[in-house]
Design a protein around this ligand. Structure first.
Ligand SMILES: NC(=O)c1ccc[n+]([C@@H]2O[C@H](COP(=O)([O-])OP(=O)(O)OC[C@H]3O[C@@H](n4cnc5c(N)ncnc54)[C@H](OP(=O)(O)O)[C@@H]3O)[C@@H](O)[C@H]2O)c1
Length: 245
């Protein structure tokens, strides 16, 4: 039985990951800001077989509260083996372009709050010389595009931060998994027209859990996004800047 902390537990992707872990009989500590949805998800996971379910309601942008939340999670489960960080918002690029405060708020939610959590968790796991930290970044962080560079740059910060953290914590037996989904059909992308490249939240979650089990360093989900991003990342700027995607 693993003791798993799920941060951003009301995310559609995180909920599907938690269902898999509940089915395995793991202990789960759920953190999110919507108390009613947290309760509903906790009840469902209980029925699915979780060894223990606890929940904690907080706005993850309240970074002053991160240490207390982590203390509460470790106390309730008698330690933490694995953490999944899943919260995020899909920035409105056009409106961010006109409003610096909105841009900074998006960077706070999608990068700074995660970096605060990672710093606390890394130090705890380093001290006990074990643990797995998984963070949902995005393919959008691999190269800034005109259509979503506010969200993309926040995710780039998370990807780069976890890369450094992975190297730092390797000698302490701590695994850092950076998850890079492509397009996933969830409430975050409800308004988007879906097509061939789109994945479902349950299949995405199954691949995330598999990547965590396999202690993968970076996981493009589905894997074909690796090739797409390889082509995008290495496209010469002269060509990239006139592309419309
Ligand atoms: N869907 C995609 O295509 C896609 C692709 C790549 C990466 N991702 C990443 O995958 C992760 C999960 O997203 P999803 O697709 O599952 O979308 P989702 O269902 O909309 O989940 C996002 C979650 O983040 C929570 N959240 C946002 N700001 C928060 C805050 N300040 N405090 C606490 N919770 C907060 C939301 O809570 P509320 O509901 O209470 O607002 C919601 O539960 C995100 O990091 C996202 O960036 C998604």
């Amino acid at each position: 039985m693993k003791k798993i902390l799920v941060i951003g537990a009301t995310s559609a992707i995180a909920e599907q990951c938690a269902r898999i872990w509940a089915g395995r009989g793991d202990a789960l500590y759920l953190v999110a800001r919507n108390e009613e949805r947290l309760k509903r998800i906790a009840t469902d996971l209980n029925v699915r077989g979780a060894a223990q379910i606890e929940s904690y309601c907080m706005d993850l942008n309240d970074m002053q509260g991160h240490a207390a939340m982590l203390d509460a999670a470790a106390g309730a489960m008698g330690g933490i083996d694995t953490v999944l960080i899943a919260h995020g918002t899909l920035s409105n690029q056009k409106s961010c372009e006109q409003n610096v405060n909105e841009t900074l708020a998006e960077i706070k939610t999608n990068a700074l709050s995660t970096i605060s959590l990672l710093t606390y968790i890394a130090n705890r796991f380093e001290a006990k010389r074990t643990g797995t930290i998984a963070v949902i970044s995005s393919v959008a962080g691999d190269r800034g595009r005109a259509s979503n560079y506010v969200y993309g740059s926040a995710k780039a910060m998370v990807t780069t931060f976890t890369s450094g953290l992975r190297q730092r914590l390797h000698k302490f037996n701590v695994t850092v998994v950076t998850i890079k989904p492509g397009f996933v059909d969830t409430p975050m992308t409800a308004s988007f027209k879906k097509g061939l490249l789109w994945a479902k939240s349950d299949t995405t979650a199954a691949k995330i859990v598999q990547a965590i089990d396999m202690c993968k360093e970076e996981a493009y989900i589905p894997a074909f996004w690796w090739l797409i991003l390889f082509l995008i990342k290495f496209m010469p700027n002269k060509l990239f800047k006139v592309m419309k995607f």
